[in-house]
Ligand binder design. Structure first.
Ligand code: C2E
Ligand code: CA
Ligand code: CA
Length: 582
């Protein structure tokens, strides 16, 4: 089933639907021009770069901050451990000074006081000289922990450090022993917990780890049990871990603090989602701006011309060229018009400058030539003496592409090449004379003619004209206008006619508006003219009517078709004419 048309839907629902369709139409992607699309893509790329850059900065920032925090924690851990060891050694020094060397009640009392006076020391004990008796602050009792590593010498050779553990292995600690020299040994035990408690920030505690080890790697203290936050995992996994290491300068221990980067990044998650949201907003903003810019540029004059070419809005009008001696039709000049969808018809002055500046002139001419072919094909086939002039732009003379267009469009048409005239204006000089010559030669080799338009208004000297070897010279309206009013115009027309004769060119007078002008031109020996005195540029249908009326077919069989003649009439005496005009 086909969807209903807008006008088939009635009532408020219909109005709503029409509004929605209108909106959808104005927002369709189809209206996005190449420029608009490029802006959108560039905008998205910039947005992606900004968001990517932001994310990269955030990642780098997260890692550096985490590293700084861990470095700081490792220093504090070493500090705490050293302080605890210092405390134990100070207590033992005190006991040695007090001469604690046997497990007497007095000694046990000293041991008790020493433990109570310290913060980190869990137990201080004494092994008597024969090694058989051990007592601690609680009396004659087995030690709380036993050593699980080799002994590491401190800076003083009578002091040793060992890793220690409870019987069940659940608690670790450090055992510091002091050989008093009389074969008695004082022993202090520091619990691991006392060294690593609460150093990691709250949010890292679950997955991070702070660890103190003896130089041989045996564990003294860990903020975690078991896994130790991946510290024992393979290097590949560890690459995603931020860690800090520090060795004590005074004791045979080192610390490692580590946290998986995941846990660090978690704190940045909200910031990260803000940048992503910001990026999304930016992208949305960029696409919207680009969209409206491209819509504006679609409405701009360049795109309007592009669109008009696509929509076939350019068409030729035809201005008759008349033989002023016989009154017969010689042909016409095709002059472009822009017929807008609303029916208004624009003259070339309103748009060809822009078309030329934007490189659209060439496709525009191609279209125009195709229209000329289809408009005139039949009538020109039947009247082979008729000519049609087509105006070319400067750009057409920069490459020989135009000759390929001419071949493609007219090569197989019923309009013969010899019925074509291509006009090149003298108003602006040609950029590349060599290529221009090639183009002109090529068009002439087909049998077409080339005309110098607006002759007398530009700067082309005689040499230029001779070099380009054109076939027709069109005297500009400026000089025709001046006939009978301006005594300086006559000598110019006179010399133009002289040049044309020297170069063996035909002459057409443009912009003829009065009978007086016709008489004057005739007297000069000029036979072809166009202008409002005969007809303005006409739409195709009107021109075809005029042409069939002026050149009926039966007339064709009677009269041999004339051609645009080379000037052969003698030039009249200018002196008397200028006097008369003055
Ligand atoms: P042009 O080639 O010199 O064309 C003659 C212009 O004079 C035309 O203006 C025509 O309408 C106007 N004209 C003809 N007889 C009279 C007259 O008796 N009195 C007055 N006042 N004007 C007359 P139009 O059609 O506006 O074209 C203006 C110019 O635009 C043309 O000057 C030509 O240079 C350019 N042009 C027009 N069509 C094309 C085209 O298809 N291609 C190129 N390259 N240029 C074109
Ligand atoms: Ca012209
Ligand atoms: Ca002209």
């Amino acid at each position: 089933m086909k969807p209903p048309r807008d006008d088939e839907i009635e009532g408020s629902f219909g109005r709503a639907l029409r509004a929605v369709r209108g909106l959808a139409g104005s927002f369709s992607l189809g209206s996005l021009s190449i420029v608009g699309l490029s802006i959108v893509v560039a905008g998205l790329l910039i947005t992606a770069l900004l968001v990517g850059g932001g994310q990269w900065l955030l990642l780098r920032n997260a890692r550096t901050n985490a590293q700084a925090t861990l470095d700081n924690i490792s220093h504090r851990m070493i500090g705490t451990a050293e302080q605890a060891f210092d405390e134990a050694l100070t207590a033992m020094t005190g006991l040695a000074v007090q001469g604690v060397s046997r497990c007497t009640d007095a000694s046990i009392d000293h041991l008790r006081r020493a433990v109570y006076a310290t913060y980190a020391v869990k137990e201080i004990g004494l092994t008597e000289a024969d090694g058989s008796t051990y007592c601690n602050h609680l009396g004659i009792a087995p030690p709380h922990m036993h050593a699980v590593s080799d002994a590491f010498e401190g800076r003083n050779p009578t002091i040793h450090f060992r890793a220690a553990e409870t019987e069940d292995g659940a608690t670790t600690g450090t055992m510091i022993s002091w050989d008093q020299g009389d074969k008695t040994v004082l022993v202090a035990i520091i619990l691991g917990r006392a060294l690593t408690a609460d150093l990691l920030p709250e949010e890292w505690r679950a997955s991070g780890a702070a660890v103190i080890r003896l130089d041989d790697g045996t564990l003294l203290s860990s903020s975690q049990r078991g896994d130790e936050a991946g510290l024992d995992k393979t290097p590949a996994v560890r690459s995603d871990i931020v860690e800090a290491h520090l060795h004590s300068e005074r004791y045979p221990i080192h610390v490692t603090v580590a946290v998986p980067f995941e846990a660090v990044w978690a704190e940045y998650a909200s910031l990260h989602s803000y940048t992503q949201f910001g990026g999304f907003l930016l992208a949305f903003f960029v696409v919207t701006i680009a969209f409206f810019m491209s819509r504006n540029s679609t409405d701009g004059p360049i795109n309007e011309i592009e669109r008009a070419i696509r929509n076939d809005e350019f068409l030729p009008y035809y201005q008759p060229v008349v033989d002023i001696r016989t009154g017969r039709l010689e042909g016409c000049e095709a002059l472009i018009r822009w017929k807008k969808p609303d029916g208004t018809v624009l003259s070339p002055g309103a748009f060809i400058g822009l078309a030329e500046a934007t490189g659209l002139a060439v496709p525009m001419t191609r279209l125009l030539m195709e229209k000329v072919r289809s408009d005139l094909e039949q009538i020109y086939h039947e009247r082979p003496h008729l000519k049609v002039s087509i105006n070319l732009f400067r750009d057409h003379f920069d490459s020989i592409d135009i000759t390929e267009d001419v071949e493609r469009i007219f090569g197989k048409s019923k309009i013969r090449y010899r019925q074509l005239v291509f006009e090149v204006t003298e108003r602006e000089p040609l950029a590349d004379l060599d290529t221009a010559k090639l183009v002109i030669r090529r068009l002439q080799s087909f049998g077409a003619r080339v005309a110098l338009d607006d002759a007398g208004t530009g700067h082309s000297g005689l040499a230029y004209l001779q070099e380009l070897a054109m076939d027709v010279l069109k005297i500009d309206k400026l000089f025709v206008d001046a006939i009978g009013t301006n005594r300086f115009a006559a000598p110019i027309i006179h010399s133009l006619v002289g040049i044309a004769r020297n170069c063996q060119m035909s002459v057409i007078a443009e912009g003829v508006e009065t009978l007086e002008q016709i008489e004057y031109l005739k007297a000069l020996g000029i036979s072809a003219a166009q202008g409002y005195v005969f007809a303005p540029p006409l739409p195709a249908a009107a021109f075809l009517k005029l042409a069939t009326a002026m050149e009926p077919l039966k007339y064709q069989s009677l009269v041999e078709p004339p051609d645009i003649d080379f000037i052969d009439a003698p030039l009249p005496d200018l002196g008397s004419r200028t006097r008369r005009a003055a």
